[in-house]
Write a protein that binds this ligand. Structure first.
Ligand code: FE
Length: 523
């Protein structure tokens, strides 16, 4: 948090607004309009802390490159408040930070000194305007017993392809935590006939201005705002936060890696600016520290992974087709090379050390993609694998699952997205051995809006993949989890139609995982 005070006209206005804390804010308008059009968010809840986020943007989609968000290039004082009640009458913390033009007037408050395991409400005030009020919740005290944690996870929200009704329904569940598993934005312009609305600038995001603009547009969505205002989040990314199917410095267009890393730097910067992440995570050029562990008492630890930034180049990645593709072991033995890593060796080492010292009852690995092996049978009968999810990194997957087994990691559960379909899988060190013990449970959530892969074709491949216990690519939605010490309940929620902003919700399927018995069981 920046504590220094810059006295500008706006700072003075914000100061006078502060004197009115707890009352309805009125006064001189310092902005061209409401500066809180992008809403608010909170994230990374700890036992005594949470990160509060907003970004000032009275004209969120302003095409004026000198005034991103419609803000003139001055620092602006922003007051924040956190309270025990929704009406913000019992304020327990407040302060002032300076929103800087260099970071698009984003605000990241590292709010400390909170009590564990309770709800809080917060808002921001700037230029005589108050933001919406958000609800957040701290994690329980370290190591304390917790009898229940309700969380949702979601991924793949293409703004052009649908409305975010799924986000609204998740918000209405009032979870303790929301985990975003990637494709929070889509960088490209869709050519799909299923388009129901447009990315307003009409161009593929590829620099700081266009990535900022993309995040700003997503954050104007009322359903996404409602979800962020309902619960704190944990965040990781997939590919579309930068470019489809990229890996580290390798672009699907075979761009020069140095040029691509400059694009990645812009994308990571805009990502950090728009997420409730710590100031320490602010990227340095193309490098950003995103992965980490988040504990919820003795009940659960979440390991939030970054499976993009340090990823080995895709196996057999050569022209003409970049990005993911089907590859066979005869045609592309490189896939099996043990030097290949999805997380990078440093993150793998970190994760394995976490496993060795883990003490929570449930260990949730939150990452972007399908982890189970998935054999795809080609027309000629050969088995192929998709090169662009964990199937492109089988040795790394084996290392991870072996480590889970050998450390006797308690109740490991992998959650993922990216593939725009629901899956419930048994994870094994050896997927080819039907007798091999199940090491972990895997739940993959479908997309918020993005179209799924062909149902019939994928369903035909299930016979070669008996560890896949459920698959459905025909529905859009999210996953709702009710975690208790002896039982994890998982509900696959589906919306009626992504083209309908008022889409209704049904529960497609329910699973449980019992304590000590890895593998999803249908109920
Ligand atoms: Fe996606």
């Amino acid at each position: 948090m920046i504590s220094r005070r810059i006295v500008t006209r706006r700072a003075l206005l914000a100061g006078s607004a502060a004197a009115l804390a707890g009352t309805r804010i009125r006064g001189v308008r310092a902005f061209a309009g409401n500066p809180f059009t992008l809403g608010i968010a909170s994230g990374n809840p700890g036992p005594n802390s949470v990160i509060l986020w907003t970004r000032l943007g009275p004209e969120p989609l302003s095409p004026d490159t000198d005034r991103p968000g419609g803000m003139s290039p001055d620092p602006v004082a922003v007051r924040w408040e956190i309270a025990l009640d929704e009406d913000l009458t019992q304020i327990v913390g407040h302060g002032e930070v300076v929103a800087m033009p260099e970071t698009a007037h984003a605000v990241h408050v590292e709010c400390a000194g909170l009590e564990p395991g309770r709800d809080y409400w917060y808002r921001f005030i700037a230029g005589g305007e108050a933001s919406p009020t958000g609800r957040t919740r701290t994690a329980p005290a370290r190591g304390s017993e917790l009898d229940r944690l309700r969380f949702g996870f979601c991924s793949c929200a293409n703004y052009e392809i649908g409305y975010f009704a799924a986000y609204r329904h998740l918000a209405e569940e009032g979870p303790d935590l929301v985990v975003f598993l990637g494709d929070y934005i889509y960088e490209y312009i869709s050519q799909s006939p299923k388009k129901v609305r447009v990315h307003s600038d009409g161009v593929e995001a590829n620099d700081l201005r266009t990535y900022r603009n993309r995040y700003a547009q997503y954050r104007t969505d009322p359903d996404l705002q409602k979800l962020h205002a309902a619960a704190p989040c944990l965040m990781t990314w997939s590919d579309h936060e930068v470019q489809n199917d990229y890996a580290d410095g390798w672009s699907q267009n075979f761009d020069d890696p140095q040029a691509f890393l400059a694009r990645r730097a812009a994308a990571y910067r805009a990502y950090w600016e728009h997420m409730p992440l710590p100031r320490a995570a602010m990227p340095q050029g193309p490098d950003m520290h995103l992965y980490g562990r988040f504990d919820f008492g003795a009940l659960a630890s979440f390991y939030v992974l970054d499976a993009r930034q340090f990823r080995s180049r895709l196996a057999c990645d050569q022209p003409p087709k970049g990005g993911g593709k089907q590859i066979t072991d005869a045609g592309c033995p490189e896939r099996l090379d043990p030097r290949r890593s999805n997380l990078g060796m440093a993150q793998e080492a970190w994760l394995f050390e976490q496993f060795r010292t883990a003490s929570a009852k449930w260990n949730i690995i939150a990452q972007e993609q399908l982890m189970a092996e998935f054999k795809e049978r080609l027309d000629n009968g050969e088995i192929a694998h998709w090169s662009e999810d964990w199937n492109g990194f089988p040795a790394a997957r084996t290392r991870l699952l072996t480590q889970m087994r050998d450390t006797r990691l308690a109740n490991p559960v992998v959650i993922g997205g990216d593939i725009h379909s629901f899956w419930a899988n048994e994870l094994k060190v050896d997927f080819d051995d039907p007798q091999a013990p199940v090491v972990a449970s895997e739940f993959v959530g479908t997309s918020i809006t993005s179209p799924g892969p062909p149902y019939d074709r994928f369903s035909a491949w299930l016979a070669d993949n008996p560890h896949v216990r459920f698959f459905d690519s025909r529905q859009r939605g999210y996953v709702s989890v009710d975690l208790r010490p002896l039982r994890m309940e998982v509900a696959y929620r589906a919306i009626s139609d992504p083209a309908d902003s008022r889409a209704e919700l049904t529960t497609l399927r329910r699973f449980v995982v019992a304590d000590g018995k890895p593998g999803p069981v249908t109920v």
